[in-house]
Ligand binder design. Sequence first.
Ligand code: NDP
Length: 246
Amino acid sequence: MIDLRGKRALVTGGSRGIGAAIAEALAERGADVAFTYHRSVEKAAAVAKKIESRGRRAVAIQADSADPNAIAQAVEKAVSVLGGLDILVNSAAIGHAGTIADLDVEEYQALMDINVRAPVLFAKAVIPHLGEGGRIITIGSALGERVPFPGITPYAMSKAALTSFTRGLSRELGPNGITVNLVQPGATDTDANPADGAAADFQRSLTSLGRYGEPREIANAVVFLASPAASIITGATLTADGGAIA
Ligand code: NDP
């Protein structure tokens, strides 16, 4: 049984979908959890309530991942309310659909700011607070490794960058006993990619298991990597995609 009692976690994008499942799963295992959100005020309040119903402390922080100042302030708030941090989970991200030929440069920049720069800045702000046994876990995508259809190139690029981020940062933080890992979901049933959406059957057909993942299944991978049971695992990628890139 994984026991995270006494651990303090910060999850980005915890108001909905995979991030919300991660925040709730960490709390279920005993962690106090701060999480960021952008627009979903009511959903964030509902997630905070669920965390508190487990007897854990919850801190919902409105912070746009595109804004470096908001990121620094979010980390400061999480640290001051929880009294420190042991686990960072970078989950907030946005999607992007369209070809390179039709690329809008501002949309591209927003994608890179939120999906790539923000995880880097969250890590930079959290590192001074992490001690021995600290964890940095980032949510990438199986599309970062295999791009099975056109129209998702910039999104796939943004997720591929997280592999090198994870590997490089594991080298920097290994001497401090801090592990850094990447979880790559495949199609997972959330607002961003509903299991009854137009492209859902096609995505299912790419998998070995013939189905979507549930947010909770991705959270299970994160909980494992956050736990002492994963102490030797760092710089690694754990793909949780039902076999889509097998
Ligand atoms: P959702 O779109 O369902 O949820 C996104 C979450 O990120 C929300 O909590 C949202 O906050 C937050 N967020 C978005 N933009 C910002 C921002 N600018 N600042 C702060 N928070 C922000 O996404 P998923 O749950 O599907 O995805 C979670 C992660 O999993 C992402 O990294 C995604 O790339 C990855 N992933 C998802 C897959 C899937 O099939 N669902 C497949 C592979 C990877 P708010 O609600 O306030 O807007």
